[in-house]
Design a protein around this ligand. Sequence first.
Ligand code: UD1
Length: 362
Amino acid sequence: MKVATILGTRPEIIKLCPLLPLLDAHFDHVLVHTGQHYDYEMDARFFEELHLAQPKYNLKVGSGMQGKQTALMLEKIEAILEQEKPDVVIVQGDTNTALAGSLAAVKMKIPIAHVEAGARNFNKNTPEEMNRIVADHASLYLFAVDETCHQNLQQEGISSNVFIVGNTAYDACVRNLPYALTSPILRTLALDEGKYVLVTLHRAETTDDPAILSQVVNALNQLADEIALVFPLHPRTKKALEQHSLALSAKIKIIAPQPYLTFLRLIMGSRFMISDSGGIQDEAIVCNVPCVIPLNETCWPHLVKAGKNFIAGNTTQGILDIARKLLDDEELRRVKEISYPYETGMSQKIIGHLKQHHAQSV
Ligand code: UD1
């Protein structure tokens, strides 16, 4: 059985890192990188650090308007699928890469397996929501994270070949935590364990509206007077801050995007996080660090319902209200003591399902 995996961004590399070596071991596996992320810090560094085999193809599409970026990927992926003729194409998550990979494959009638199927934030104004919906509706095999994702798919009329396998982000995080502990980053940045807040922002809905970005920046600048803040700056956010002449407080430690293990160490050592990233909400659970989400919705409402993560909205006051609660030791202890059991071993389950279903289809 020949499998082609299509990825292109930092979160796809991380979330697929436990699955890729298994695909290499069990199948004739071709890795295709669209080049949606291309900076060393956003891409090559992750392959090196996670000891992943290099992609057979790098399409080097780079950045650009959404339509142009997706169209370039579509054209180039189609040519590769035509040449490689895989039995199954794997895409992950909700990026433009996942959208292009699934569109190219479905038009060529190649079965698609979508990892992280069924996640929804119910906001079609976010590019990721549309990407998720299209990838799910194009796919034959849907690897859902949990029962909520399963129900989301059912509500859209997708009921066959949905497998609840859990979240590969947990696999990746659990596998790498022991290595992360060896990172000297806390010493390098002169940070004390549990005495700083880790911040990441990159979602278009945060960065692309200057009114919203300025609300979030105000919250961070005020919070920086109360506790140390560390902020690995995503290139999209860096550009948006410059474009809208928004300044971050000089008290905030602004650093470049970090390698995965270093970043995990920063999560583990933080008091809590402020992040609009979906993947980080999962990593927060594994590290038992609360995550304040500066958005109005999340794809992972179960983590919010459990009381481990918090939807703050994108106003200065909303973010400060929740952040200040977590500056209280009693409240922090209460949140950390809430138990949230999660499973691992998802990547193995995906391999099992792919083998079984392929055997049935030939
Ligand atoms: C993409 C995904 C998002 C994911 C995120 C993780 C989509 C719609 N969005 O967002 O779901 O959570 O990746 O980072 O696919 N840039 C660089 N160097 C890079 C990559 C990007 O400088 O290596 C800059 C470019 O200026 C580009 C901007 O970042 O215009 C946005 O990059 P893009 O890949 O379009 O989206 P992300 O914001 O990274």
